[in-house]
Design a protein around this ligand. Structure first.
Ligand code: FDM
Ligand code: MG
Length: 189
């Protein structure tokens, strides 16, 4: 199997982490696979993002947007070298989250997309669409910035605007196993 760049997107509580893990397990049956997650909070830039998300620091909307983008750019050599050496990547959030969360604050969507121009393009985007009711049943949102119902609604509507033909829009209200099967079907693996 040729290495693929697969991005998993969705709102909070959509089940991205569990589905990414299951997907990596499934794909590893047919070749090398690795999981990446953005923001990567372990780098210097990532630590600034983490402080912002936990409201331990404040930054203006443009500055934090550019940090999220920088956090992807600092991983680009690693991403490219893995793909070139045949490692499929499953990525928990990427440029689409970058654009959707910042545009939901009122920033211009075109401006939001621009800093990510030139980053690797995905072979497939899996969007896990969770309803508000089920997100609440799953324990509701946490305490981080952005984890508010009104805001998540706005983010979802921007994701809808970003949707392209290579997206699989998957109902994430179903059981973990069902959602996993749908993802596997969408990827044709
Ligand atoms: N987020 C994530 C952004 O606002 N921009 C980005 O570029 C990325 C990758 O950060 F609310 C938001 C989405 C989410 C928050 O993400 C932290 P995780 O997946 O919950 O760690
Ligand atoms: Mg979160």
């Amino acid at each position: 199997m040729k290495a693929k760049f697969i991005i998993v997107e969705g709102l909070d509580r959509a089940g991205k982490s569990s589905q990414c893990e299951l997907l990596v397990k499934e794909l590893s049956k047919s070749g090398p696979v690795e999981l990446l997650k953005f923001p990567d909070r372990t780098t210097a830039v990532g630590k600034m993002i983490d402080a912002y998300l936990q409201s331990k620091s404040d930054l203006n909307d443009q500055a934090i947007h550019l940090l999220f983008s920088a956090n992807r750019w600092e991983a680009v050599e690693d991403i490219k070298s893995k793909l070139n050496s045949g490692v499929t990547l499953v990525v928990d959030r990427f440029s689409y989250s970058g654009a959707a969360f910042s545009a939901a604050k009122g920033l211009d969507l075109g401006w939001c997309k621009h800093p990510d121009v030139g980053l690797p393009e995905p072979d497939k985007v899996i969007f896990l669409d969770v309803s508000e009711e089920v997100a609440m049943q799953r324990g509701g949102y946490g305490n981080e910035r952005y984890e508010k119902l009104e805001f998540q609604r706005k983010v979802r509507s921007i994701f809808q605007q970003l949707r392209e033909p290579n997206w699989a829009w998957i109902n994430a209200d179903e059981s973990v196993e069902n959602v996993h099967q749908r993802i596997v079907q969408a990827l044709g693996v």
